[in-house]
Ligand binder design. Sequence first.
Ligand SMILES: *[C@@H]1O[C@H](CO)[C@@H](O)[C@H](O)[C@H]1NC(C)=O
Ligand SMILES: *[C@@H]1O[C@H](CO)[C@@H](O)[C@H](O)[C@H]1NC(C)=O
Ligand SMILES: *[C@@H]1O[C@H](CO)[C@@H](O)[C@H](O)[C@H]1NC(C)=O
Ligand SMILES: *[C@@H]1O[C@H](CO)[C@@H](O)[C@H](O)[C@H]1NC(C)=O
Ligand SMILES: *[C@@H]1O[C@H](CO)[C@@H](O)[C@H](O)[C@H]1NC(C)=O
Ligand SMILES: *[C@@H]1O[C@H](CO)[C@@H](O)[C@H](O)[C@H]1NC(C)=O
Ligand SMILES: *[C@@H]1O[C@H](CO)[C@@H](O)[C@H](O)[C@H]1NC(C)=O
Ligand SMILES: *[C@@H]1O[C@H](CO)[C@@H](O)[C@H](O)[C@H]1NC(C)=O
Ligand SMILES: *[C@@H]1O[C@H](CO)[C@@H](O)[C@H](O)[C@H]1NC(C)=O
Ligand SMILES: *[C@@H]1O[C@H](CO)[C@@H](O)[C@H](O)[C@H]1NC(C)=O
Length: 224
Amino acid sequence: MKLLLRSCSVSLWTLLFFSALLKVSGAECNRECDSNETTTTTTTTTTTTTTALTFESNPNCTFSIGNNISENGSITGLTPGASYQIFHNCLNCCIQATTKPEVVLNLTVDEITTSSISVKWIKPEGNGSSYKVRWTDGNMNFRDHVTETNVNISNLTAGVQYDITVTAVADDGRTEGHSAAISQYTKPEVVRNLTVTKITTSSISVKWIKPEGNGSSYKWQMMA
Ligand SMILES: *[C@@H]1O[C@H](CO)[C@@H](O)[C@H](O)[C@H]1NC(C)=O
Ligand SMILES: *[C@@H]1O[C@H](CO)[C@@H](O)[C@H](O)[C@H]1NC(C)=O
Ligand SMILES: *[C@@H]1O[C@H](CO)[C@@H](O)[C@H](O)[C@H]1NC(C)=O
Ligand SMILES: *[C@@H]1O[C@H](CO)[C@@H](O)[C@H](O)[C@H]1NC(C)=O
Ligand SMILES: *[C@@H]1O[C@H](CO)[C@@H](O)[C@H](O)[C@H]1NC(C)=O
Ligand SMILES: *[C@@H]1O[C@H](CO)[C@@H](O)[C@H](O)[C@H]1NC(C)=O
Ligand SMILES: *[C@@H]1O[C@H](CO)[C@@H](O)[C@H](O)[C@H]1NC(C)=O
Ligand SMILES: *[C@@H]1O[C@H](CO)[C@@H](O)[C@H](O)[C@H]1NC(C)=O
Ligand SMILES: *[C@@H]1O[C@H](CO)[C@@H](O)[C@H](O)[C@H]1NC(C)=O
Ligand SMILES: *[C@@H]1O[C@H](CO)[C@@H](O)[C@H](O)[C@H]1NC(C)=O
């Protein structure tokens, strides 16, 4: 039974190889490979970087985009965050694959209030037109998916530190690259019910109520 299976798979390979040889070079994508075909040939995307795609398959197979043909399964010199139809010469069909986007540039805090932090960044080189924004106070995680290069994160607690990350998303709307991160405290609330409790010739006593939200110390200033 095992022997039978093996000889069967060899003849499949011979068949695939000869049909690939018969084909004139110059790849055309007239259909997409279905997942069963790539499973039989054990084709898998092994590594994806911002400018290269690497496939693992029978070493006699090549992958190509137009006239750019893979070497050792890798196609290089690609645009970050872009989706490609990759021609698989042994199967005579195309695989869709997407490079990782670059990291967003110059992530900065634009404005902070007691309940919001607004951040902005610069679009990285390459393709991709949306961003995943994630933030956390250390306990709860939140996220948003935006197309602009800025976001106003609101509904935050006063005086709390938030860790914010922004990740570019590729043209396929799914593939993410590395994140840029920034940490920022919201402004604390103003103290409540500030009152003078005692006045002497040389001293003034005041008291107040801790504001809502977090914040652990107070600054004071006297003006004569
Ligand atoms: C893939 O294989 C499974 C089981 O082997 C089969 O049920 C399914 O119809 C196949 N799909 C295609 C597109 O051939
Ligand atoms: C690749 O091709 C060579 C020569 O055409 C052949 O000898 C070899 O068995 C093939 N390798 C595989 C894994 O099919
Ligand atoms: C392809 O692999 C062979 C053997 O592993 C190696 O000698 C060769 O340099 C590789 N080519 C490229 C372009 O990486
Ligand atoms: C093919 O590769 C060259 C150099 O690596 C690159 O400039 C060109 O954009 C590539 N073409 C495609 C269709 O990816
Ligand atoms: C990058 O995006 C532009 C605009 O959406 C598109 O025209 C172009 O084909 C994309 N580049 C690649 C390599 O997919
Ligand atoms: C982004 O930051 C770099 C260095 O951190 C700076 O040189 C560059 O001018 C900034 N770009 C913009 C558009 O602010
Ligand atoms: C962000 O939203 C808060 C309240 O929702 C508002 O007070 C603040 O002005 C907004 N900041 C920006 C930069 O739009
Ligand atoms: C604000 O955040 C709280 C939890 O921190 C959540 O229960 C509430 O639904 C949020 N409100 C809005 C308008 O997002
Ligand atoms: C703080 O002041 C408000 C109005 O000025 C008052 O209604 C409230 O009871 C005060 N709170 C305390 C704890 O004294
Ligand atoms: C606020 O401070 C309290 C006590 O210091 C701490 O337990 C809590 O986790 C803080 N909340 C946030 C959102 O940082």
